[in-house]
Design a protein around this ligand. Structure first.
Ligand SMILES: [Zn+2]
Length: 144
């Protein structure tokens, strides 16, 4: 009997195999602290028992949004870190609340939001995408 090298214990948190999850469109208003906004939302990964991953990924697609202040995303907090990636091939502005700070961010940009920091993100104008990567396999949020 040949001996095999010791394998690390497979972790449910970190798959040791490649995983492909197909995205599907779903309404933003179905998520806590969110209402439907001027966007299409795609759940790209997460909350799927068939492909348990340590991340939850959602993509917000904006098309020619007229300038304005919006509140479809209410301030909320997570018990895990979140990363937002803003990308555009033309122009995209997103109003962010990060703690007590209100900032307008021009794409392309990446925003790191540590666990426990109250935050919200609402498109101001333009077109492009916001990719939200939550470092948790499930979406959980609470009021600040
Ligand atoms: Zn969030």
């Amino acid at each position: 009997m040949s001996s095999r090298p010791e394998m690390a214990t497979p972790s449910l948190d970190r798959p040791r195999r490649a995983v492909i999850v197909r995205g599907h469109e779903e309404p933003l208003g179905a998520m806590p602290f969110h209402a439907d906004g001027p966007l299409r939302r795609w759940r790209m990964a997460g909350g799927d028992a068939q492909a348990a991953l340590p991340v939850f990924v959602a993509l917000h697609e904006f098309a020619s949004v007229e300038a304005g202040r919006r509140t479809y995303c209410e301030p909320h907090v997570h018990d895990f870190d979140e990363i937002n990636v803003l990308y555009t091939s033309s122009s995209l502005q997103v109003d962010l609340r990060l703690g007590d700070e209100l900032v307008t961010v021009d794409a392309p940009a990446t925003i790191y939001i540590p666990a426990g920091l109250p935050h919200s993100a609402n498109v101001r104008s333009g077109e492009g995408v916001l990719v939200a990567v939550l470092l948790s396999g499930e979406y959980r949020a609470s009021a600040p």
